[in-house]
Structures are given as C-alpha cells and as structure tokens.
Design a protein around this ligand. Sequence first.
Ligand SMILES: *Cc1c(COP(=O)(O)O)cnc(C)c1O
Length: 385
Amino acid sequence: MHKDNLQKGTRAIHIGNEPDEKTGSVIPPIYQTSTFVQSSPGVHKGYEYTRSHNPTRTRLEECLASLENAKYCLVTSSGMAAVSLIFQSFPQGTKILCGDDVYGGTYRILNTIFNDRFELKHVNTTDVDSVKTELNSFKPDLVWLESPTNPMLQISDIKAICEASHALNAKVVVDNTFMSPYFQNPLDLGADVVLHSLTKYINGHSDVVGGAIMLNDMTQFDKLWYLQNSMGPSQSPFDSWLVLRGVKTLALRMRAHATNAIEIATYLEAHPKVDKVIYPGLQSHPQHELAKRQMSGFGGMLSVYIKGGLKESKTFLEEVKLFALAESLGGVESLIEHPAIMTHASVPLEERAKLGIADNFVRISAGVEDIEDLIADLSNALDRI
Ligand SMILES: *Cc1c(COP(=O)(O)O)cnc(C)c1O
C-alpha cells in the first residue's frame, strides 16, 4: 500500500500520525521542548532547536503536504506569518498583481507594510481577461489570488490564470483557506504556492492560530524555511499537535459544513427578509459551473444581504443565539459576522463599496451542528427584524 494512493480522509488520519516507534503510542507525542541534546558538537538526530525544527511540527507538515499533493510544507505561527514569509521571499521591486477581494490582513500588509517594497496592483481575478490585460501591461512577477474570495465568494479560474501567468513568467500564489485541501488543490491546477490559515478549517476547532505554506519547488521552500528560521514565526509544538489532532476529521467536517451551508443558503434565498444569498453551490451563483469544475465541494461559507440597512442587519446579528457573533471561520461552531464593521474594517470605504460590502451584508460560517437548530435560530432572528 503506497500512501500517496490513499484518499484524503485516510491521509488526514494516517500521514504524519504514524504510531510512535519507540513506545508504540498510537497518538504521537508532543515534543514540548525548545532544544535537543547533541552527542558531539554538531552531531544530532536532525533536531537542534524548536524555532528551526520540531518533530511534532514535522509530523504536521508531512500530513499537510500530503493533503495538498505537495512535496513540501512549512507550518507557521499564523496564517499571516505564512502570508508575510511568502512576500518576504520575493525581492524588493517585485511587481505583485493581487486579487481585489482578498483577506483583509493580506490587503493591509500589502498596502501598509510592504507598500514601499513592492509595486502593487489590484485586479478582479474572477475576470480572466482583466488578469491577462494586466499580465501584458503591468507585467507582474507574482499573481496572488483567493478562490472563493472573502467575503464575496467569487470564484477565479485558477487553471486559466496559472497558464496565462506562467506564459509570462509570473508565479501564482493561491490562498486556499476557504476551501481547505479537502475541496480544492490549487497545485494540481498549476499554482506555484498554496497557503492556508490553519486557524480555520484545517484545525477546525477555533482553538489554535496557525498557518501553512505548501509547494513543490525545493529552492523556494529552502528560502521560506530560511526566512522562518531567521525571523521566527514558527508554530509551537503544542499548537502543531492540536492541529494534527483537529485535521484528522477534516473530511467529515468539510462534508458536514457543505451540507449545512447549502441548506442554510437555500432557506435564506427563499426568505422574504433576505435580498440575496451568495453561495457557490447555489444555481444563482454566477460562477456555479466553474465552481463545480474546479472544486469537489462548495465549502461552508456563505454571504447574505438582509433587506434594509445597518439597523436590520444589527438586529439580526444580535438576535441569533447559536451562531456566535465573531470573526474567523471554519470551526465546528457556526459563526456570523458583519464584514463592514468587523473583518473588513481595514479595507477603505470606497473599496468596500466597490466590492459590495454594504451595511446590510452579513457573512456566515456554517458549522456542523444539527441543521434543524441552525435554521430555527436564523428563522427566529429574522422574525425579530
Ligand atoms: C484568516 C485568514 C488568513 C490569516 O490567517 P490567521 O491565521 O488569522 O493569521 C489569511 N487568509 C484567509 C483567507 C483567512 O481567512
């Protein structure tokens, strides 16, 4: 049995989670240590210091590399640490073409921290022709995209963008956090680098902050590891162990998230107090066909325009009981939030308006609770408006 032939649900449980060779412990130990003994100066068993490497983190990296069909994986202390390390691995003056609807933290770091280091242009990556136009005129070295985007859930054609970018020698990075490796594998579609916030679906239990970078190029991987070791954003052994534990149920959770999300989307789409629902699994989603082609499931995120304005959306958000009013996503518990005030407040008002992040716009992360309870909670909150 070759491990690469296993299905993803099996790999999530078995790769990196092999029993401890020394003791037979079915669950791998947490190597809660900062340093490792050497038998003679420079003679060690592959581990010297936990900022550089740690056996618990190595196990998680093996598991996550396998889930993204990647040769290499680097686990970082947060999703933003992964984002920063990838940007740091590109030289001063790099031209970056970035999706116009990316994670707020990615938008912020590009526009306020790295703005004097890189040349930056934003583009709507859901329109392949606009990307091609920019590839020809702006001539970026790096194309950065999320699909589906956050919070508008727009889908970009990853394969077409990779082909067009590679034809002009631009690298493509895909933030795959929203789909998790269970529903989408961008490296298989041609991407050069994939990143995840482990904080979300991969850990799945809202109790760890972490990030991961997956790729097939050894030189680029070495550079990323060198940067991590030099700058310090490595994940702690205990957090790596928690993610190794959480990821085991990724397949079960993703299927449950997606089943609940389509039920909620269908319910809300027919509700008189709702203007519009955005979910890639709905026929009404403008890129439903592309989503079907590119992803093996539609994920657990959906966005909703409540009828009315700030007053109505606030009432709705205050009245839900099971849905926790909180930032973040991808945990087993359902979350709900107001992007304009919460997650996307750092995106300038005019950008938000352009994207459609209005006062009546609400983002939902469908958890894995029983659907009857979730629908009843939403129904009750909508009645209070
Ligand atoms: C949360 C998130 C990040 C940042 O991850 P942290 O773990 O919060 O640092 C990056 N990209 C996307 C799409 C995210 O949802």
